[in-house]
Design a binder for this molecule. Structure first.
Ligand code: 4FM
Length: 171
């Protein structure tokens, strides 16, 4: 399984280097490629935010910058996921379904969100980790990577997936 993560804060994902996910990367069972959206700003000041198209309060991430970051990893076979409180709430069934994909591209939003025009163009599925608002999609992306990776063969020691689900209803 390959994960490409489009983010303004790639350093946050250092947390995944420890523990079981770090081991899975070392063993090449999963691959996590971090793409810094800011690298795709053409502005001299590396600006990535803008006032919303059509008006409104706050700032959104610029669609052109997000789109160029996406194009750097674009793959027709990949599923593109946007982490947002407006998405479908993640559950174990969705995690299991996503683990059958070969390539996930995860977009992490900041500010008041991402310009809707680029979301409409590139995103296949909007997913939330719960009904609360965070400052960014990075922690949700880590939750998604961690939960999905447990289903990849060899990541957990044998039988753990079922055993650890004993106390929980997954259907
Ligand atoms: C906040 C993204 C506002 C977009 C965020 C907007 C979140 C969540 C989350 C930050 N992501 N589950 N809850 N992201 O709060 O997934 Cl507009």
């Amino acid at each position: 399984m390959k994960f490409d993560v489009l983010t303004l804060f790639p350093e946050m994902f250092d947390a995944l280097k420890t523990s079981i996910i770090g081991k899975a990367v070392e063993k090449k069972l999963i691959e996590i490629n971090l793409v810094n959206i800011r690298d795709f700003s053409k502005d001299r000041h590396k600006k990535v935010d803008d006032t919303p198209y059509g008006g409104g309060a706050g700032m959104v991430m610029r669609p052109d910058v997000v789109y160029r970051a996406f194009q750097s990893v674009e793959d027709k076979k990949a599923k593109v996921i946007y982490m947002s409180p407006q998405g479908n709430t993640l559950n174990q069934q969705m995690v299991e379904t996503l683990s059958k994909e070969s390539h996930l591209i995860i977009l992490c939003g900041h500010y008041e969100g991402i310009d809707q025009r680029v979301l409409d163009k590139i995103v296949d599925e909007e997913i939330s980790i719960g009904d609360y608002v965070l400052t960014g999609g990075e922690i949700p992306a880590m939750v998604l990577i961690d939960s999905v990776s447990r289903y990849i063969g060899g990541v957990l020691k044998q039988d753990s997936i079922q055993e650890e689900s004993f106390g929980m209803r997954t259907s």
